[in-house]
Design a protein. Structure first.
Lengths: 371, 151
């Protein structure tokens, strides 16, 4: 949607993309300066969905603030909650029961698959292919149904609490996940057949939106965006939490740094998540699903920082406590914010048609950027 | 052990620094005027090479503001926290966006939410709030007239 056409002093065309544009997947506003069809500059304007979650959290207790974080990166709601619960546990020096740890990792990985499914469908749609969207949603729905059965919600789960998880697993959970795995393995091949080998798709993705390894590090990129440029940054491998050091999976790395590399990283990451789920689904230990905690949680005076790997990259939770029942200051280092900062650098000099393809492979979730 | 070794390297390169005890990572306090030269040392000195700025934020302590920089090295895998105490009425510090490019965005966020002025920043404009917004929302004395949550 072009809202207004203006030119700069040099005669460059300035157009607004968004805030309500289908390919920005949310309310992202880009001011693009063009010389003909070539991009001179991209300036993101944020804040259309800024709720100041950090300020809100300052007046919520350590139990309450976790629910707000589901609304940041709503596609990795479980992982956001997980990180916050872990940060509170770090402050309380609380040991999480083995059963809860495994449940948490299972839920995280299912979330990651569901999130990448949505990304895959949406990216294909950005590039003009509509069918993949339905394929992706068919599998995603199955995961959402499994989540709903156990957590009671499909998107903002709020299932992780300090000390473990809120409820025990639904009795059908294991059976349904195994059914899903069986179905998924039949379908994952279709993804490659449908899109990956397609000539038009490859031409639009290869050598587009290149991000070098040095730039990826300098721009603070994380997750599949950085791994597509060959930066080893998987928090699950580097700083393992819960049971990630006990399961075997590979960190997916690509070295080309173009859109196609980022595409391949995410696609292969889904397979790795499946591997983790397969290893854990039959090995959920018996026992408590939640540690005993006091009704009112008080963190000791100090600073606590945890890092978790969400579907989009590294989420950091920084709590500054003054010893009370609410955080004094809380900062969410969201992966999307840093990844977006590299967009301008990535698309400068390329054609405007490639902007959408590049943005699609950044996998931006706007509430995560705005917070 | 590793922390002690890093401490020694830093002490040698930049003596005007104080270390904070406790915390997961090596935490340092620095005067705002020393930040830029120190940042360059952290980024380039052999054995330190902190090339990844993963978190940049500010804390309002009511009497003063504190800038907090979380840095890590993708080569050596060690992390540092650097803090700089700023005056609350005229908070000013040098930008580091020429050292770590991601700082450009993060500094703009801190600029509008806390009112910290980053000297020599190439493009210090508002990123999130509207141009006519008054006040600095993440400061402790800020009260939103409409949507304030009080418990």
């Amino acid at each position: 949607m072009i809202e207004e056409v203006a030119t700069t002093a040099e005669g460059d065309l300035v157009i607004n993309i968004g805030p309500q544009h289908p390919s920005t997947h949310g309310v992202l506003h880009l001011v693009v300066t063009l010389k003909g069809e070539t991009i001179r500059k991209v300036e993101p304007h944020l804040g259309y969905i800024h709720r100041s979650i950090e300020k809100m959290c300052e007046s919520l207790t350590y139990r309450q603030f976790i629910y707000v974080t589901s609304r940041m990166d709503y596609l990795s709601a479980h992982i956001n909650n997980h990180g916050c619960a872990m940060c509170v546990e770090k402050g309380l020096q609380l040991e999480v029961p083995a059963r809860a740890q495994v449940i948490r990792v299972l839920m995280d990985e299912l979330t990651r698959i569901a999130s990448h499914e949505l990304w895959w469908g949406a990216l294909s749609m950005d590039l003009g292919a509509f069918t993949p969207f339905f394929h992706a949603f068919r599998e995603r729905e199955t995961i959402n149904d499994i989540m709903e059965e156990t957590c009671g919600a499909r998107l903002t789960m709020n299932y992780m609490v300090p000390g473990g998880v809120m409820y025990d697993l639904h009795p059908d959970f294991q059976r349904r996940v195994k059914e899903f795995l069986k179905l998924y393995k039949l379908k994952i091949g279709e993804y490659d057949d449908l899109i990956t080998g397609n000539v038009i798709f490859q031409n639009r993705m290869k050598s587009v939106g290149i991000l070098s390894k040095e730039d990826a590090i300098s721009y603070g990129c994380s997750g599949p965006v950085a791994r597509g440029s060959g930066v080893s940054c998987d928090i699950r491998k580097l700083y393992p939490y819960e049971v990630y050091d006990k399961v075997s999976f590979d960190e997916v790395l690509e070295t080309n740094g173009d859109s196609f590399s980022r595409y391949l990283v995410r696609l292969r990451e889904m397979n790795q998540s499946i591997r983790i789920v397969e290893q854990l689904i039959d090995n959920i230990p018996e026992g408590e699903f939640q540690a005993k905690t006091k009704a009112v949680l008080k963190l000791p005076k100090g600073e606590f920082y945890t890092r978790v790997e969400t579907a989009r990259g590294e989420l950091g939770i920084y709590i500054v406590s003054e010893g009370g029942t609410t955080p004094y200051r809380i900062k969410f280092r969201s992966p999307g914010f840093s990844n977006l900062s590299a967009l301008d650098h990535m698309v400068r000099g390329s054609k405007i048609g490639d902007l959408v393809a590049t943005m699609g492979t950044l996998d931006l979730v706007i509430p995560d950027i705005d917070r | 052990m590793q922390q002690e070794a890093l401490k020694a390297i830093i002490m040698e390169l930049f003596p005007a620094i104080t270390f904070e005890e406790g915390g997961e990572w090596l935490t340092m306090q620095i005067a705002p005027a020393d930040w830029k030269p120190f940042a360059k040392i952290l980024r380039n000195a052999k054995g330190l090479e902190c090339d990844y700025l993963f978190c940049l934020t500010c804390i309002d302590w009511k009497t003063h503001l504190t800038m907090v920089y979380h840095l890590t090295s993708t080569i050596h895998r060690h992390s540092f926290v650097v803090k700089a105490k700023l005056d609350r009425n005229t908070p000013e510090i040098e930008t580091v966006c020429d050292i770590w490019r991601t700082a450009e965005f993060h500094e703009r966020e801190v600029y509008e939410l806390f009112g910290v002025k980053f000297l020599n920043h190439p493009d210090l404009r508002r990123l999130i709030l509207t141009d006519d917004f008054e006040g600095f929302p993440l400061r402790k004395d800020f009260e939103d007239p409409v949507n304030m949550i009080r418990l």
